[in-house]
Design a binder for this molecule. Structure first.
Ligand code: NOJ
Length: 515
């Protein structure tokens, strides 16, 4: 049976930066609803909403204080219901984020845990421990182990009574204790709450982090913890997580329709990733390897081959991602300016020619670059302060979208947005690119329309020049020139990221050929 998510193009919406419906400078659900015609016209199959739940916004909503409500900044539950209805009426599926590794420190459970005694049932919902190295007043001065927070600094903060609690992210994001059956029950109920409201799927935040090794052992020397962990450790990719996903799968399968879940699992190898998408677990796991790959033929080919081999072994669909809200925008990653944009356009044509499911991040269809010169005092990413102001963090890919050539926030809303946009973003706006031949927006629209008509089914590599990749996907041929010289090509061009010059594909360009 073919499921919608097997070859869907899923568009990630970062609610605070997509569209501001009420003019307060912060994007919201009403803003998203108003742009559904735009999303339909773009040609995506689904939207994935980053968190819009009640939250103090210490990590832009990934710090949830109420998993069953909408933050007033973004609207309310009736706005959510209206958005789902409107999306479904436009034939768009709706995927929402679920954040099961941690809550906000403002969550009632954590507030109750702080107020309760050490050893109490309230504290057992999180990881509270006594520290080590007692001072003369009997208060511990060192945390229970050597774990570090992904955002910088140590992963433990001391409660007022001297116990320590674990937070792999910000100190306002305490980790749940998934050894506690109450946590399992709570999340089963939260899944049902949103499934009952009609969502088509979930994106599982830090899916690899929920279960910690018993005894919370030290990591020891020499473990280099990357942003979201690409190395197994006592807190990432511990085998016990799979039991959780097996139970979630049963919940999803018990609902009518074709509900799905996709894991954010940063793990050490494609083989480890495949464990998350075994037949009785989640439906997909993001493959982040293109998101971090260099723009060169060898890297791309090995990422593509590895993904196809991996998913085939567990009969899951491949997934592809070039951009998201945690990584520098790919235009900038690939060189910035014209070179970066050319390569980004070639990269997206390559990705969209591949079989499987594709995740797009809002604004990539406009060719937006990373904003590198945000004023420091406006930075909100906790990485900025937790790194002692040495890591700028992720705000540069989260700047509000430009919809119009002019206006206080280029059509994002009636007011200036929560982060300032570069002054030339009017020229990159939807209005400026709409209907303009050769614009990045029109390239995405054309590619998505063709992909919808000719759904890729395979990758058959074809002989090609050095620094070039060429493959047939069962419907059409894709040629990508990663090199610095033009490459002669032949055939009928369906679509290209740059004009061919005298029958040659320019440097940093890709084209699709019929037949
Ligand atoms: C992964 C999310 O993508 C990121 O934005 C967030 O900061 C962490 N998980 C913590 O929830």
């Amino acid at each position: 049976m073919r499921h919608w998510w097997h070859d869907a193009v899923i568009y990630q919406i970062y609610p605070r930066s997509f569209a501001d419906g009420n003019g307060d400078g912060m994007g919201d659900l009403a803003g998203i609803k108003s742009r559904i015609p735009y999303l339909s016209r773009l040609g995506v199959d689904a939207i994935w909403l980053s968190p819009f739940y009640t939250s103090p916004q210490n990590d832009a909503g990934y710090d949830v204080a109420d998993f069953r409500d909408v933050d007033p900044r973004f609207g309310d539950l009736s706005d959510f219901d209206e958005l789902v209805t409107a999306a479904h009426a436009a034939d768009l599926k709706v995927v929402v984020d679920i954040v099961p590794n941690h809550s906000s420190s403002e969550h009632p459970w954590f507030q109750a845990a702080l107020a309760a005694e050490p050893g109490s049932p309230e504290r057992a919902l999180y990881h509270f421990r006594d520290g080590v190295a007692v001072d003369e007043d009997g208060v511990t001065t060192e945390p229970p182990n050597d774990w570090r927070s992904v955002f910088g600094g140590r992963a433990w903060t001391q409660a007022p009574d001297g116990q320590w609690y674990l937070h792999l992210f910000d100190s306002t994001q305490p980790d749940f204790n998934w050894d506690n059956p109450k946590v399992h029950e709570e999340f089963a109920d939260i899944l049902r709450f949103w499934l009952d409201r009609g969502v088509d799927g979930f994106r599982v935040d830090v899916a690899h982090g929920l279960v910690k090794e018993p005894g919370l052992p030290d990591v020891g020397e020499g473990l280099d913890i990357e942003m979201l962990g690409t190395t197994r450790s006592p807190f990432f990719d511990v085998d016990g997580v799979h039991e959780i996903y097996r139970s979630w799968r049963q919940i999803l399968d018990s609902y009518p329709g074709d509900r799905m879940a996709v894991a954010e699992a940063w793990v050490e190898s494609p083989q480890r990733r495949a464990n998350y998408v075994r037949g009785d677990e989640l439906h997909q796991a993001f493959n982040f390897d293109l998101l971090v790959a260099d723009f060169d033929a060898e890297s791309y080919r090995s990422v593509i081959d590895a993904e196809l081999t991996t998913v085939t072994s567990v009969d899951a669909p491949p997934t592809w991602v070039l951009s998201n809200h945690d990584r520098p925008r790919y235009v900038t990653r690939y060189g910035d300016g014209k070179k970066g944009l050319d390569r980004a356009r070639a990269a997206v044509l390559t990705m969209l020619a591949l079989p499987g499911s594709v995740y797009l991040y809002q604004g990539e269809e406009l060719g937006l670059p990373e904003v590198l010169d945000l004023p420091d005092h406006l930075r909100e990413d906790p990485t900025w302060h937790r790194s002692g102001f040495t890591e700028k963090g992720r705000d540069g890919c989260r700047v509000p979208l430009p919809w119009k050539r002019s206006g206080p926030s280029f059509g994002f809303g009636e007011a200036a947005g929560w982060l300032p946009q570069p002054s030339d973003w009017g020229e990159k706006s939807v209005e400026a690119q709409d209907g303009v031949e050769g614009s990045t927006l029109e390239l995405y629209r054309s590619a998505l329309a063709l992909r919808r008509r000719d759904v890729p089914t395979k990758v058959a590599w074809l002989p090609s020049e050095a620094d070039t990749l060429s493959f047939h996907n069962g419907c059409f041929r894709c040629v990508v020139n990663f090199g610095s010289q033009p490459v002669p090509v032949d055939g009928d061009v369906l679509l290209s990221s740059a004009d061919l010059i005298d029958g040659a594909l320019p440097s940093g360009a890709a084209a699709w050929f019929s037949g």
